[in-house]
Design a protein around this ligand. Structure first.
Ligand SMILES: Nc1ncnc2c1ncn2[C@@H]1O[C@H](COP(=O)(O)OP(=O)(O)OP(=O)(O)O)[C@@H](O)[C@H]1O
Ligand SMILES: [K+]
Ligand SMILES: [Mg+2]
Length: 682
């Protein structure tokens, strides 16, 4: 395998400064004049057509307007389209640079592929398909996303996550998923490839940052329809002005009408819409989150409820065996041997930790694994164990084991019941150990809450988002962890089925639900949620079901994703408000000037005292073009979003961008009018 190609895939070294990007963006702005590309933005296509018409008007003699004036209007109309194209190109440019570096890192990768006859054969990684089995040794790059089916190894995932500390990847359990282009640093792994060419994490990252092939989200489509509607309305408004003018005994030159049309239709938002969307996705990529659709990101901006898995999400997830407690009348070897046997065939981290703990504490003559009939852990049964030598050994959640023993809680010896309660109240997970109808004792699994999680939940609450912890654990443990982590609600003893039901019932009430998880048992819920965020170090099932994957495997990242989503929605809303308010204000700013010549009585309405009808028209056109440039930084950076609920955010933004949109043209057009006169351009 081509280890030399282990270039840093993350984009840190790629220059993303605006200076480095503006040159190619400038060129792109002209390339994007192609109407086939521009058709994605109907407003800008309208401006381009108007610019073409106005350019033609330059050479048609007209007594009312000089060719010089018409030319100036034509130029500013072309500038309007170019500025909008430039904004989009600038937004795309940041992603393109990153995509190029990602691509160069994955070229020439090869894989050791296992043929049907069990031989290994060197093939290009790009030929691997879902289900293929490959072997990767230390020092080699993993050729594609997949699941470890054999072996344990340390893997450096810096290429994808930017984190250089190696992580352990092994078969079985929740840490079996591997990502293409990451480096095996010790031992070797046998991996079953889980995606077809073009669908890997890396491919998705590239598609995401390239932006060009971006599908419009339902929200964008809805906004497009609104903008087309407004364009048609103003087309009608402008078309009916001429009959009015004729009736009043005057005549409005065609170039006036062309300029007026462009100043009135929503060019500001029409020109910046695409840049806003691309910049939003770019922010997500920088957070190290991969989105399968823009829709998930927008939904994140609107979620009402967040469901979180406890183990691995709120806690660190390496639940480890920390103590054993005997039931009365049971000897230590009896309990220790049963607990060890019940864990020997259990590949989960919990099972391995029990084996480790007991091998050190109380070694026994262990049976060969091939003699054991494994009963693997499942989230449905919440039990695991083995059948061996005619005996059944089990361990599992308290209610599950009692169930298996056909016992009730009241039948539990009092000392053991008290012990179990204490483990749970401390936030630990108690497992009961039993063999052949006998309750032998309890295991204390300890886990630690991730630091800082409480503060983040408080932040979510301020944004109006409820946090609900769902766990397969018992109610006492769940309550203890919930209180410590500060979640709003908790669902304990949850099976995958129960998690799914909860999401469905919230959605039935019209709410958008986000879910964070890592296990195979979280996959159905992740798929059902409007926003499903999977941990990259979780299972392949979870990664496939989710519509977002966090490469850093940090569940609190959802908070940032919510922020990005909110910012995207708020920025789009704010600039739409500004754009529409702007256009309406322009109507009132220019119309009196236009009609002053025809109808001198209207002069009283000419509050702005613009120099002449021509300077009014030209100033408005210039303002209309320049406002796009002025707002490019805001579109790319996004409107600042505070931790507040949606309603108060909306009120605040309507005030700022609505009022701002009304006032800005009056000031801007007046200043440009003064400047144009001073320069002698009108
Ligand atoms: N290896 C195991 N063997 C037996 N029982 C287990 C094992 N691992 C977990 N359990 C029991 O099953 C319960 C459910 O575990 P699971 O990992 O499915 O929880 P979950 O639904 O993912 O929720 P969370 O991860 O938040 O606890 C645990 O609380 C524990 O009581
Ligand atoms: K406009
Ligand atoms: Mg779990």
């Amino acid at each position: 395998m081509n280890v030399q190609s282990q270039a840093p895939l993350r984009a840190t070294p790629v220059a993303t400064s605006l200076q480095a990007l503006w040159r190619p963006a400038f060129k792109q702005a002209f390339i994007k004049l192609d109407p086939r590309q521009l058709i994605r933005s109907p407003v800008m296509l309208t401006v381009e057509l108007t610019a073409v018409v106005t350019t033609v008007l330059c050479v048609i003699p007209n007594q009312a307007v000089s060719p010089w004036f018409t030319l100036q209007i034509a130029l500013w109309l072309w500038f309007t389209v170019l500025f909008a194209n430039f904004a989009e190109a600038l937004a795309e440019g940041r992603g393109k640079a990153r995509a190029d570096s990602l691509k160069s890192g994955s070229e020439g990768l090869t894989a050791r592929y296992m043929t049907a006859h069990g031989y290994f054969e060197q093939v290009p990684a790009s030929r691997l398909r879902k289900g293929d089995v490959v072997r990767v040794d230390a020092g080699e790059l993993i050729p594609g996303d997949g699941e470890v089916i054999e072996g344990v190894a340390a893997v450096n995932e810096a290429a994808i996550t930017g984190e250089s500390a190696p992580v352990i990847r092994e078969s079985g359990g929740d840490r079996s998923a591997v990502t293409g282009n990451t480096l095996v640093v010790s031992d070797s792994l046998t991996i079953r490839i889980s995606v077809n060419p073009g669908e890997s994490t890396l491919d998705r990252m590239i598609a995401l940052v390239e932006g060009a092939k971006r599908q419009k989200t339902p929200n964008e489509v809805a906004l497009d329809i609104l903008l087309i509607g407004l364009t048609l309305i103003f087309l009608l408004v402008v078309a009916t002005l001429q009959p009015f003018a004729r009736y009043a005994g005057g005549d409005l030159p065609l170039v006036y009408l062309a300029a007026l049309l462009v100043t009135l239709i929503p060019t500001t938002i029409g020109g910046l819409l695409s840049a806003i969307g691309i910049a939003g996705m770019d922010r997500l990529v920088r957070l190290n989150v991969i989105a399968k659709s823009g829709r998930a990101v927008e939904a994140a901006g609107d979620v009402h409820m967040l469901l979180l898995d406890k183990t691995g999400t709120i806690t660190f997830g390496n639940r480890r065996c920390s103590a054993l407690f005997k039931a009365p009348g049971v000897t230590t070897p009896e309990l220790a041997d049963a607990a060890l046997l019940a864990s020997l065939a259990d590949d989960t981290p919990e099972g391995k930790s029990v084996v480790e703990y007991l091998r050190a504490l109380h070694p026994m003559q262990e049976p060969a694994r091939t003699d054991l009939q494994a009963v693997p852990f499942s989230a449905e049964t919440r039990l695991s164990g083995v059948n061996w030598n005619g005996m059944q050994y089990r361990k599992g959640a308290v209610d599950a084991v009692l169930n298996w023993l056909a016992m009730s809680r009241a039948d539990m010896p009092e000392v053991l019941a008290r012990e179990v309660q204490q483990i749970a109240q401390s936030g630990g997970t108690p497992l009961l150990v039993a063999s052949d109808g006998r309750l032998l004792g309890a295991i204390h699994l300890k886990d630690v809450i991730k630091p800082g999680i409480r503060e983040r939940f408080a932040e979510l609450r301020r944004m109006g988002i409820r946090t609900v912890m769902v766990t397969g654990d018992n109610p006492l443990t769940a309550a203890a962890i919930a209180a410590e982590a500060g979640v709003d609600d908790v669902i304990a003893e949850a099976t995958p089925e129960k998690k799914l039901q909860r999401i469905r019932s919230e959605q039935a009430d019209g709410k958008l639900v986000a879910m964070c998880g890592d296990g195979a048992n979280d996959a159905p819920a992740l798929a059902q949620a409007d926003v499903g965020l999977a941990m990259n170090d979780g299972t392949q099932a979870a990664r496939e079901a989710a519509n977002l994957v966090d490469l850093d495997s940090d569940p609190t990242k959802l908070l940032d994703v919510v922020q990005v989503g909110k910012q995207l929605l708020v920025t789009r809303g704010a600039l739409t408000t500004f754009s529409v308010a702007n256009d309406v204000a322009k109507y009132f700013a220019i119309l009196p000037a236009l009609f002053a010549g025809i109808h001198p009585q209207l002069g009283a309405l000419n509050l702005m005292q613009l120099h002449s009808p021509q300077s009014a028209i030209l100033s408005a056109t210039v303002f209309n073009a320049l406002i796009i440039v002025v707002l490019i930084p805001l579109a790319l950076r996004g409107v600042h979003v505070q931790a507040a609920d949606a309603a108060s955010l909306l009120r605040r933004n309507l005030l700022i961008y609505g009022l701002g949109g009304i006032v800005a043209p009056f000031i801007g057009i007046k200043l440009i009018d003064l400047l144009l006169v001073a320069l002698g351009l009108v």
